[in-house]
Design a protein around this ligand. Sequence first.
Ligand code: HT9
Ligand code: FE2
Length: 371
Amino acid sequence: MSDVRDATPYDALLLLSFGGPEGPDDVVPFLRNVTHGRGIPEERLKEVGQHYYLFDGISPINAQNRDLLAALRADFAEHGVEVPVYWGNRNWSPYLPDTLREMVKEGHRRIAVLVTSAYASYSGCRQYRENLADALAALESEGLPAPRIDKLRHYFNHPGFLEPMIDGLIASLADLPEEVRDGAEIAFTTHSIPDAAADTSGPREDHGDGGAYVAQHLDTARVIAEAVRTRTGVDHPWSLVYQSRSGAPHIPWLEPDICDHLEERHAAGVPAVVMAPIGFVSDHMEVRYDLDTEATAKAAELGLPVRRSATVGADPRFAAAVRDLLLERAATERGEHPARCALGALGPSHDICPVGCCPARSPRPAAAGLD
Ligand SMILES: CC1=C(CCC(=O)O)c2cc3nc(cc4[nH]c(cc5[nH]c(cc1n2)c(C)c5CCC(=O)O)c(CCC(=O)O)c4C)C(CCC(=O)O)=C3C
Ligand SMILES: [Fe+2]
């Protein structure tokens, strides 16, 4: 038996996230970073900018990542995992290349990465691997040594990701007026993506309708709904629905949208709905605006009682899950065969993305995978 705290060969963990603006002057530059080279119309940029201006130009995502960073450091310290934790973003400061440069200058050469996206998709997986490849290329051009980078596996079905959401959903149901509680439905939500991106998500052999992206969300939803049923004794019907759609209207994206779904379920006589944003790791702008502001206003207009359940954020159980994923991968890298924790029907996800996993529309170099 190896020491359970042994993170060898890793000498650092990098928390890699999306980033968000921290004031009104940051909003437009941030949106330019996000949509760089992807031809999103100016109109749409301004519209999305409005969401941020409603919150004084401050996305909650950076503060939430600072909290998660603190939770990870506290968890590692408490459990004797002597691995420093760093944080870098795709679209805002602290930018990934700056963080990686700092890590390398501080002597780190074998880095594990946790991305703040639990599922397979181009946006949530390969695009981060492309960002890592770009950052490695920047270091190389500066004459710095290249660290080896491994991305930790998808954690959508890790109990430390599911448990806080199960508790959050039970709390939201309990918060509904008693007369509508037992009849309430659950609307699990995630980010809509183009149908074409969903259909090709995950390893090539897994591709069915909706690809790994939809299959993984359905697995998560099923586990949570089942746990809620067991713990409350009430069978709440559930659906997987989508939010935060962008892009041209003629290109098909995953549907139904949460607002259309609320309208449809209200018309069907459903007395209340709890929206459970399983697609997101923290209560960032997609949750605060698209659900708490827009969808909640829609429900009020309908006279439909709704609640929105919590994301995992910096829950200590999630921090513990990250430690588990780090130590599991470390053991695998040492040639051991660690237990791989996962609930649901899909089993633990692959450690290393195979060739063609979550393909980009135009192929670019990606790190931490087989292509
Ligand atoms: C799957 C997925 C996740 C979940 C996984 C993950 O977390 O990675 C996610 C997260 C996020 N998406 C975010 C913000 C944005 N996403 C955009 C655009 C897009 N997202 C997409 C997909 C996803 N996005 C797609 C296919 C597009 C269109 C094409 C493109 O541009 O790639 C745009 C551009 C404007 C617009 O088109 O709406 C913005 C501003 C924020 C930050 C929130 C904050 O600030 O608190 C977060 C966490
Ligand atoms: Fe997004």
